[in-house]
Design a protein around this ligand. Structure first.
Ligand code: AMP
Length: 733
């Protein structure tokens, strides 16, 4: 018989754990005897690769072929990196990582891995969980369950410190993500996850970036050195300095600068803590929201458990103490807690599918843990009798025609924080066509808003085989969503009272969701609108690498699309800005061409840093233009020459150009305000909100696709109502 393991597939480190013969869960060291394996892979030109510490060292030395931090891109379509003519996705890189972890753990223990529990950030939705599960299966693992990292950490904590009715907050700050989870310990060794929330773009990497900026600032003060290269170098040094500052009050970074020779900069812990205060504040906001949503105060929380490598920073312990009024518990090893908790879960007696009667009403959810606990248990048995219930992190719904048939809305089906596993079914009327071949389209949305525009389209399903009703009365089409024990969603559909599922083909979400954005009134009287000239400028500096750039381009395209029905003469142009400014598309009324040019924008195409600003170019193009003149400027950080930029932005305002300063990430709100003019002004948003916000701005400027949204789809004429559920895939009946 083989072993059952827990695998923490971390953004920066991975760990594998098992329960030993002594009944204690512990990390299995890798082949090099280390308990943590860096999540880094180095590829070579012959297709071979190495994984772990050696690959991390190569990465630190800036060698070719290294892939890291890919977990942050899980679920994103497209290639994550390419080396020597081969393309890798975040999923394929995770598969390599997991295969290597499995191989090494089997070699070190001399036993086969029978089953594994693999952890994911609580905030991972369907889009990220499914590729993670596929990566694990493709790596040859028999996956018992995917579990949320904080849930695994809670199990680890509960194994040693079970206290009935205690409420414990798990503060999990890793390399790339922040998860916050509230658990309650209940009778019969039960651990219930009550609420979970988080930010998938906040983690140790953000602290590294702030520290890198601080290092660069110090070098520039000392030697007036402004080469961009030092930013990349500083980023490489930052993590080392950050880790050193966890045990010392000061740390040094060494640089070798062209023309200047070597230089050393010193950073104090206080300086580092000050520069990263805003990042801690982001976590405070999430803590407060979570407590508020449960009508709890810090007094109701019995313990705060720190998990994730980044909680080793003394500033985090201090911050938690100051915020919660109690010392956080760091007796659990933050790097190992998740893997150990997952190992405990891999060995639980209770099945992942512990819930039989599944409804949305939490009060009727009961686990079916049967059998009496033996009077004298072994240590292993005592761990095995724990049971756990988890919750879903995201609300899921579907695109539905709204009540008055004038547009679309998100029909919420499963709400966030419902206990997993959960299933909900809705029924709606469906008018069939005589010709047969009746199909219905289900577009799955993630998000709590009823406004489709504010949700993420996850995927779509084409339900086929709907039988025509010869009486021409509407037939009933039922759709059921279920979250399984892995937090993975299943979609089923049935017609009327049939007990057979209709075929449902899963497809990617539509590229363009704009036809489903509702709340758009009919276009105003055509041809009356005044001419409109818009110049968009996007920050393409190094910090936009990856998702920020993709999201920015998506938002700009969406913005352009909104003007396809503009009832007047509209011209839009686009430019990229970092160290230089480059106009990628001159003002044009060929919006399709403009969209294409935006698609070609690339990170760093005008340099790595933020030395330039776009305002002179905006002024050149718009100063003498007719009609309404607008400059939309999107930035994600702080610009090097803010004062010059502000002066130039004011010059634009003086020429009647409305500047809208849009920012996300580390963009400085004060700066955005200073450059903005006109009615719309400055806007700071989260990355996820970028596209909807661009859409709203476009509408305020007179865009909007109006009448196009009024088309009904799929033959449905009424909003769905909740109905009886039926067995979900894999559910025991
Ligand atoms: P995890 O995703 O939980 O593996 O956490 C990895 C993150 O923890 C990385 O950003 C590391 O830089 C950070 N980290 C690890 N050790 C320390 C330390 N001693 N002090 C500060 N940060 C650390």
């Amino acid at each position: 018989m083989g072993i059952k393991v827990g695998i923490d597939l971390g953004t920066t480190f991975c760990a594998v754990a098992m329960i030993g013969d002594d009944g204690k869960a512990a990390v299995i060291p890798n082949e090099m005897g280390e308990r943590l394996t860096p999540s880094v892979i180095q590829f070579f030109d012959d297709g071979s690769y190495i994984v772990g510490a050696d690959a991390k060292e190569a990465l630190d030395y800036g060698e070719e072929g290294c892939a890291a931090v890919f977990k942050r891109s899980m679920g994103e379509s497209g290639v994550y990196c390419s080396f020597y003519g081969r393309d890798y996705t975040a999923q394929s890189l995770s598969e390599i990582m997991l295969r290597e972890l499995k191989k090494q753990a089997e070699k070190v223990t001399g036993q086969r891995i029978d089953e594994a529990v693999v952890t994911v950030p609580a905030y991972f939705g369907e889009l990220q969980r499914e590729p993670t599960l596929r990566a694990a299966k493709d790596a040859g693992l028999n996956v018992r369950q995917l579990v949320s990292e904080p849930t695994a950490a809670a199990m680890n904590y509960a194994a040693d410190h079970f206290r009935e009715n205690a409420k414990v907050l798990i503060y999990d700050l890793g390399g790339g993500t922040f998860d916050l989870t509230l658990v309650q310990m209940k009778k019969n060794d039960r651990v219930d996850v009550i609420r979970t929330t988080g930010n998938s773009m906040l983690g140790g990497k953000n602290w590294d970036e702030e520290l890198a900026k601080l290092l660069v600032q110090k070098i520039e003060e000392d030697v007036e050195y402004t080469e961009c290269d030092i930013h990349t170098h500083a980023l490489r040094e930052a993590e080392k300095v950050k880790i050193a500052l966890s045990s010392a009050m000061k740390a040094r970074a060494h640089f070798t600068l062209d023309d200047y020779g070597s230089c050393t900069v010193e950073v104090t812990r206080e300086e580092f803590d000050d520069a990263t205060a805003h990042l801690r504040e982001k976590t405070r906001g999430l803590c407060i929201n979570l407590l508020d949503s449960m009508k709890l105060s810090w007094r109701d929380i019995n313990a705060v458990v720190l998990v994730g490598g980044s909680t080793r920073m003394p500033q985090i312990k201090k911050f938690i103490k100051q915020m919660s009024g109690r010392e956080p518990l760091s007796r659990v090893n933050p790097d190992e807690a998740v893997a150990i908790g997952a190992a405990i879960m891999a060995n639980l007696k209770a099945q992942p599918y512990a819930v039989q009667k599944i409804t949305n009403d939490e009060s009727v959810i009961r686990t079916l843990r049967k059998g009496s606990v033996p009077a004298k248990e072994t240590a292993v048995e005592s761990l095995q009798k724990l049971s756990v219930s988890d919750v879903v992190a995201h609300t899921l719904g579907k695109v539905t025609v709204n009540r008055d048939g004038t547009g679309y809305k998100n029909q919420i089906i499963i709400r966030e924080n419902s206990v997993i596993p959960v299933k909900v079914a809705v029924a709606e009327q469906f008018y069939t066509k005589d010709e047969g071949g009746n199909e219905s389209e289900i577009i799955m949305l993630q998000g709590s808003s009823e406004n489709v525009r504010e949700c993420t389209a996850v995927c779509r399903y084409i339900v086929s085989g709907i039988e025509h009703d010869p009486t021409h009365n509407p037939t009933i089409l039922k759709v059921q969503y279920s979250y399984d024990a892995n937090g993975i969603v299943h979609v089923q559909a049935r017609q009327g009272d049939s007990d057979k599922d209709l075929p449902a083909k899963k497809l990617p979400a539509p590229d363009d969701m704009s036809r489903y954005y509702e709340g758009i009134s009919a276009p105003p009287a055509k041809a009356k609108a005044e001419p409109l000239r818009i110049m968009m400028a996007v920050d393409v500096s190094g910090s936009m690498t990856g998702r920020p750039m993709e999201e920015a381009k998506k938002a700009m395209c969406r913005f352009i699309d909104e003007f396809s029905c503009y009832p007047g003469d509209v011209k839009i142009g686009a430019m990229a800005v970092s160290d230089r400014t480059q106009v990628v598309c001159e003002l044009t009324n060929d919006l399709t061409a403009c969209r294409e040019k935006v698609g070609e924008i690339e990170v760093c195409m005008t340099g790595l840093c933020n030395e330039a600003d776009p305002f002179d170019e905006i002024l050149n193009r718009l100063a003498v233009a007719r009609g309404k003149k607008v400059g939309v400027v999107l930035a994600d950080g702080v610009w090097s020459y803010r004062d010059k930029a502000i002066t130039r932005a004011k010059r634009c305002a003086a020429m009647g150009i409305n500047i809208i300063g849009m920012g996300f990430g580390e963009a400085d709100e004060e700066f955005l305000k200073a450059i903005s003019s006109g009615e719309i002004g400055a806007i700071k948003v989260e990355l996820d909100e970028l596209t909807p916000t661009f859409g709203k701005i476009a509408q305020e400027l007179g865009g909007g696709r109006g009448g196009k949204s009024r088309r009904l789809f799929g033959g449905s004429k009424t909003p769905p109502t909740e109905c009886e559920t039926w067995p979900a895939p894999g559910e025991q009946t």
